[in-house]
Design a protein around this ligand. Structure first.
Ligand SMILES: O=C(O)[C@H](O)COP(=O)(O)O
Length: 206
């Protein structure tokens, strides 16, 4: 066994609440999102988790979630690396549009394909494969080596940047990834084997 990797999607954002495609736009958390983030921190604390380092994206909602979690853990000053490699999928021309309005305009099926498929990008934006093309090398070079050294690494990021990472960790293929949803503010705790495969996976539900 080597180290521990904790993935957490940010708490509810202002645009999650308004049902808008967000991508690289930068809304902050709602009150509910703040509470979700604090609750995530409390659940990690109850589990006895003590991160050695944290990673987050270049976007406010993930950074704010991370700082609330670290507050609950009493680790406000923890070394934190921010990188846009961990940003949400770029939703391109859909950014800022209402998801129900988009379903009306393009149809339920097309919108679902843009949101959940592996390799169909939304207009002007990134497919999950495109997102993975920046997340996977970042994971391999910056995050995984620390976990393999036995560290506990906390990653606060986004629904689709984390879905691309879960493809690797949970061995999902281009079909089975369609089913994976990652809830806001629910940490996923992975213990990794020395060969980087997953020894155990636990979702800390609310
Ligand atoms: O960017 C967004 O709109 C959300 O964070 C994730 O959206 P999705 O559930 O449509 O992938």
């Amino acid at each position: 066994m080597s180290g521990t990797l904790i993935l957490v999607r940010h708490g509810q954002s202002e645009w999650n609440l308004k049902n808008l495609f967000t991508g690289w736009r930068d809304p902050d958390l709602t009150e509910k999102g703040v509470e979700e983030a604090k609750a995530a921190g409390q659940r990690l604390k109850a589990l006895g988790v003590k991160p050695d380092i944290a990673f987050t994206s270049d976007l406010t909602r993930a950074q704010h979630t991370l700082s609330l979690i670290l507050g609950e853990l009493g680790q406000e000053g923890l070394e934190t690396i921010r990188d846009q490699a961990l940003n949400e999928r770029d939703y391109g021309d859909l950014s800022g549009l209402n998801k129900d309005d988009a379903r009306e305009k393009w149809g339920e099926e097309q919108v679902h394909i843009w949101r959940r498929s592996y390799d169909v990008p939304p207009p002007g934006g990134e497919s999950l494969r495109d997102t993975g093309a920046r997340v996977w090398p970042y994971y391999m070079t910056e995050i995984l080596p620390r976990v393999l050294r036995g560290e506990t690494v906390l990653v606060a990021a986004h629904g689709n940047s984390l879905r691309s990472l879960a493809m690797v960790l949970d061995r999902l293929n281009t079909e089975t990834i369609l089913q994976l949803e990652i809830a806001t503010g629910e940490p996923i705790v992975y213990r990794l084997n020395a060969d980087s495969t997953v020894a155990s996976r636990e979702v800390l539900h609310g």
